[in-house]
Design a protein around this ligand. Structure first.
Ligand code: CO
Length: 162
């Protein structure tokens, strides 16, 4: 089911989320709904607070083929490097800007079966993962933007929106 996206400045977006203590049917439904909602609104990642659920859950679309990473109670184990690239966020329609992020991240999280996994990601994948984990700590990308893209720059990048 597609859920409504919470937009800035809703309070739920800037609060720290709670750890998931049990992966039950409600959590599985939430993961499925978050995926559907992300696809519907053309995102590459989404965090539970963005659908008004203050839990430590996020998903991210990784790689060219767009495999879906589900993160329950993720923690960042390591980061390395730094790069600046453009970011947007489903909770900030129309806002795009340059954000500095590490180029490498290693995380640990649970999957929907409760299995602990570690994952390494680089470049844009690392960026998406770190953007989503920031959401779980109530940190929003607008606080990290060093330069906002103008409408003209966005048109050049993405073409006219129909
Ligand atoms: Co976001």
């Amino acid at each position: 089911m597609i859920r409504e996206i919470v937009k800035h400045p809703n309070k739920v977006l800037s609060e720290k989320t709670k750890e998931v203590t049990e992966i039950n049917e409600e959590i599985i439904t939430l993961l499925d709904d978050m995926y559907e909602t992300m696809i519907e609104y053309d995102g590459v990642g989404i965090a539970a607070p963005q659908v008004n659920v203050p839990l430590r859950i996020a998903i991210a679309e990784l790689g060219e083929e767009g495999s879906i990473l589900e993160m329950i109670n993720p923690t960042v184990l390591e980061t390395e490097g730094s790069s600046v690239d453009i970011e947007g966020c489903l909770s900030f329609p129309g806002l795009f800007g340059e954000v500095e992020r590490p180029t490498y991240v290693k995380i640990e999280a649970h999957d929907r079966n409760g299995q602990v996994y570690q994952l390494e990601a680089t470049d844009f994948d690392a960026r998406v993962i770190l953007h989503e984990i920031d959401h779980l700590d109530g940190i929003l990308f607008n606080s990290k933007i060093t330069r906002v893209y103008t409408e003209e720059e966005l048109e050049e990048l993405y073409g006219e929106e129909e």
